[in-house]
Design a protein around this ligand. Structure first.
Ligand code: ATP
Length: 312
């Protein structure tokens, strides 16, 4: 099986440093003072609504955009001034348009491997990504999911110290998405640092050691997934179908209530354990039965909604 070279001994140092990063387009600040540091061997997620400035931020890390202000370092190097040296340690997922339609999967892997001084063996990498059967297929004939897997392979073929993956599983079916997650965990197990831009809460919660929630060009919160969930005002969610309508004023007066959603006769309340206790007491007092009662812990989705006010 494909394994990245182990670099665990290098843990403990910041591989990526972003400090007070700013970038404007036409006088509009799309990245407005973003700061974070990614440690060696970490999977660090950047999560945020559309247009939050995530891609602009990671493109500054890759040296593809020149910041207006702030400091960016990758393994201590400036991605703009030391672009060549950075491209030897950093693997980035490509955009579709960067590959020619006539290039086969094998040719693309060989070509990209040739760019690096110590490339990974691309064969087990292709195997791990389910591309072995497609080695002779031209890029233009690949499905969306196959193209996506090829881009991941090309990001890893240089055996980078740090890899930047922007929307890596978009377009993949659930099975391929899970396989890709396992691959990313393998990559990290070898000590490779992963900077991941994602829209998928489940992906962020499962993979990331820490997440920067970016909103309107700023870091709204930076924490572990569990830490972000703890910050959510709705740490517990209770839902049920009441046997009789509830009094809206009594519902609104529940302690620590963060959200109320009515749908198809079902009511879903976000809050804390205190909210849950109070609603159960209220139901008992009014002799209302709660059918299909469910109490669940908040998810990263709830934290994201609280932090950004945006639907994921
Ligand atoms: N080259 C550019 N010229 C002008 N505006 C740009 C340019 N690149 C990005 N923008 C704008 O900057 C904002 C942030 O874009 P960016 O792609 O960084 O956001 P994002 O968080 O990655 O969004 P998404 O999740 O939709 O990809 C957007 O409003 C976008 O339209």
């Amino acid at each position: 099986m494909w394994r990245p070279r182990s670099r665990r001994d290098a843990r403990g140092m910041s591989v990526i440093e972003v400090g007070a990063l700013r970038k404007s387009y036409g006088g509009r600040a799309v990245v407005d003072g973003v700061s974070f540091a990614v440690e060696e061997g970490e999977i660090f997620g950047i999560l945020g609504p559309n247009g939050a400035g995530k891609t602009t931020t990671v493109e500054c890390v890759e040296g593809l955009r020149i910041p207006d202000a702030g400091r960016v370092r990758v393994t201590g190097l400036d991605p703009v001034a030391d672009h060549e040296a950075v491209s030897r340690v950093l693997g980035a997922q490509l955009q579709e348009s960067e590959l020619q339609a006539k290039l086969t999967v094998r040719e693309a892997l060989e070509l990209y491997a040739a760019f690096y001084p110590r490339p990974a063996d691309w064969r087990p990498l292709a195997e791990r990504l389910g591309l072995t059967e497609r080695l002779g297929t031209r890029f233009g004939k690949l499905s969306g999911g196959q193209k996506q897997r090829l881009f991941i392979a090309l990001a890893l073929v240089g055996d980078p110290r740090v890899v930047v993956l922007d929307e890596l599983t978009t377009g993949l079916d659930p099975r391929a998405r899970r396989d890709t997650w396992e691959l990313i965990e393998d990559v990290r197990a070898g000590g490779v640092t992963v900077l991941l831009v994602t829209h998928f809460m489940e992906e962020a919660q499962r993979l990331c050691d820490r997440i920067a929630v970016v909103d309107r060009g700023r870091v709204a919160a930076l924490d572990t997934p569990a830490g972000l969930i703890r910050r959510a005002t709705r740490s517990t969610v209770i839902s049920f179908t009441p046997s009789a309508p509830l009094d809206e004023r009594e519902v609104a007066a529940l302690p620590r209530l963060a959200s109320v959603v009515h749908q198809d006769g079902r009511i879903t309340l976000g809050g804390t354990d205190e909210t849950v206790d109070a609603v159960l007491t209220l139901l008992a007092r009014r002799r209302i039965t709660a059918h299909q009662l469910r109490v669940t812990d908040a998810t990263l989705d709830d934290a994201f909604l609280d932090l950004t006010g945006a639907e994921s």
